[in-house]
Design a protein around this ligand. Sequence first.
Ligand SMILES: [Zn+2]
Ligand SMILES: [Zn+2]
Length: 347
Amino acid sequence: MMENNTDKCKYLGAIHAHTLHSDGTGDINSISKTAKKAGLSWVIITDHNNFDVQEGIINGIYVIKGEEISPDYGNHYIALGINELIDHSDNCQDNIYAVKSKGGFGFAAHPDESEIRNNSFSPLKWTDKNVIPDGVEIWNLFSQWGDNYNDSNIFTIAYSYLFKQNLITKPYKKTLDWWDELNNKNSKIVPAIAGSDAHELKITKYIIPVKILSYAYSFKTILNQIHLNKPLSKDFKQAKEQILNAVKNGNNIIVNLSLCKKIPNIYILNNNSKVQCGETLKLDNDTYINVECKRKIKITVVKDGTKINTTNSKNLKLKLSESGKYRVETELNGKGFAYSNPIIVED
Ligand SMILES: [Zn+2]
Ligand SMILES: [Zn+2]
């Protein structure tokens, strides 16, 4: 959708979904139909240690395949921009190198799953924070639900299914801190994504069979809005490159769309030209970070990992006078809403 001449073209999509080729329960025909119905433009499928799903324009959705490289014990790695299956190693550094050597890039998946759980699913974490991925999945829907799912008794189970949105809070501080730390160590952008981790697991052990986090629900919740210089190509190969480049460069905002359908605009206005997430600009004496939203939200500006401004408002226009990496976090009613990738301001 084009907003106007000065705005980039923005497209909503989901990253990290599983199909019948691994532990998901949907095929690509039904998943793409569901994504279309949810209003998405694109979906990135990442089956565990599998690269068999079909890609292309399917039911009006750009379906791109990656792989979730999944050692048994954790260190799952979302590998994108690859053209073949990467055999998984138990050494996550080897997996990172393997993806790079095939021309791809990757994101540490659900790096901080909780160890303290009221259920029988064991957490899968990124075990060694000194092993540096290309990017970080800062928010994972399925994983956060799993962290908060309580299967102690029938009431807590029912609550987890019926009020699933209450189990979804905000990205973990630990993960955001790690992401900031990686950005502080790197002159370029270390990008972040949101992961749906959509499986639509079907559990039949209860009287009424239940679906855990359906594809339909997942595709309306924690998503990525990419910003492009021009509209998505009608040609799949070109569009795929546009989407993957945007994700690789951090030209995306991470959003919980279930809180509010109007995604805030987050950008820097530099001498009247708009600079979007993942981009770089030269500091001017007319440089402002801007946030615009239809609702009153809590807006926090983070510079090089430090919070420098917090305000409750529909809008923020903050003059910048120092170089650094700036990003914005927003909350709505105490819940995580929209998170920008950093913008680099140079002297
Ligand atoms: Zn995983
Ligand atoms: Zn997954």
